[in-house]
Design a protein around this ligand. Structure first.
Ligand code: ADP
Length: 261
């Protein structure tokens, strides 16, 4: 009975959400959380109402990337209040509910599924144009729960250019096909480095692998982001996109524009 009640709350919330996008990756460390955060920030800067939901219960990093780690979430009545990052960007992460941010959570699948459903049912999101969901890497319980709980959800897959990352991307693509999660597109991150001294592009992890994989698997290629030390500075300082180079910002805007087409 409780489960059905919750399902009803989830579908009531989802009726007021325009686009639901889960950001996935085959591997950890390829920049999935960074891309999810940038997508949310860029879309909200364009005036859309955006919700950013971190369902990576074991390694939540969204709150850190946005400088929200110290904040505690409020509960009003039986509803959780998301972080109000800006007027039109709300953020929800398991991190806000933890007393000890560095303590590992030792939870099995059913508990994680329950938490994700609660993030959809009991959070005061309000109406959203976009719900961006950062899932943990791989094809485990979390992306599966998202796919099964959110009808109409689409996936953005983030990869780096080298073959070892692309091998796992092919698994992510097949996972999406198996669980009927349409792939909105692939993003190649850490795609070359623009030398600040001479301005030339160096393909540190090779480049072009993402685009080639997208074309082989008949999924859209949304664009590439360079290796940018500003991404690390911004992320470590919890300042989202402030220290990105103009080149990275342009590429990110291009990705958002391609996604909106
Ligand atoms: P994931 O979510 O895939 O595990 P993160 O988004 O947490 O990866 O990124 C891992 C690390 O790589 C972070 O320190 C982040 O700042 C850095 N990073 C991500 N994208 C870039 C980039 N384009 N240029 C430089 N550093 C990056």
């Amino acid at each position: 009975h409780e489960f059905e009640d919750q399902s009803q709350k989830i579908s009531q919330f989802l009726q007021n959400v325009g686009h639901k996008i889960v950001v996935m990756s085959g591997k950890g460390g390829v920049g999935k959380s960074t891309v999810a955060t940038n997508l949310a920030v860029f879309l909200s800067n364009q005036g859309y109402q955006v919700g950013l939901l971190d369902v990576d219960v074991h390694g939540p990093s969204i709150a850190g990337l946005l400088g929200l780690t110290g904040l505690k979430l409020n509960v009003i009545g039986d509803r959780l209040q998301p972080y109000q990052y800006t007027d039109n960007l709300k953020v929800m992460s398991i991190q806000g509910l933890l007393d000890q941010p560095d303590e590992p959570l030792i939870w099995r699948g059913p508990v994680k599924i329950g938490i994700i459903r609660q993030f959809l049912a009991d959070v005061n999101w309000g109406p959203l144009d976009f719900l961006i969901i950062d899932s943990p890497p791989g094809t485990g319980d979390e992306p599966l729960t998202v796919a099964q709980t959110i009808p109409g959800c689409q996936a953005v897959i983030v990869t780096t250019p080298q073959e070892i990352a692309l091998a796992d991307v092919r698994k992510s693509i097949q996972f999406c096909q198996k669980v009927n999660l349409p792939v909105l597109g692939l993003i190649e991150n850490m795609s070359g480095f623009v030398c600040p001294d001479c301005g030339s592009l160096h393909a540190i992890f090779k480049s072009g692998g993402g685009e080639k994989t997208a074309s082989e698997w008949h999924i859209p290629f949304l664009g590439r982001l360079p290796i940018d030390p500003g991404v690390v500075t911004a992320g470590d300082a919890g300042q989202a996109i402030s220290s990105l180079t103009n080149h990275t910002k342009e590429e990110m805007q291009h990705i958002v524009d391609t996604m909106l087409q």
